[in-house]
Ligand binder design. Structure first.
Ligand SMILES: [Zn+2]
Length: 65
């Protein structure tokens, strides 16, 4: 994909991530990778569960997933 992306592209900072736990029913959708890391490691530290963060394509929206 040869999109003409600039380093300062604001869209890059507002990607949505679905943070979910593989051990319990913990699931959280957040904006931005930093937030996903915070939420994920917070749950992981608290419960020692395995947490994964999946990038959510913006085109899907939140209702169709
Ligand atoms: Zn968990």
């Amino acid at each position: 994909m040869l999109a003409n992306r600039e380093p300062t592209d604001p869209d890059d900072e507002t990607k949505r991530y679905l943070v979910k736990c593989e051990t319990c029913a913990f699931e959280h959708t957040v904006d931005g990778r930093d937030e996903a890391t915070v939420i994920g490691s917070d749950h992981q530290t608290e419960t020692r569960h395995d947490v994964v963060a999946v990038e959510v394509p913006p085109s899907l929206g939140r209702s169709s997933y």
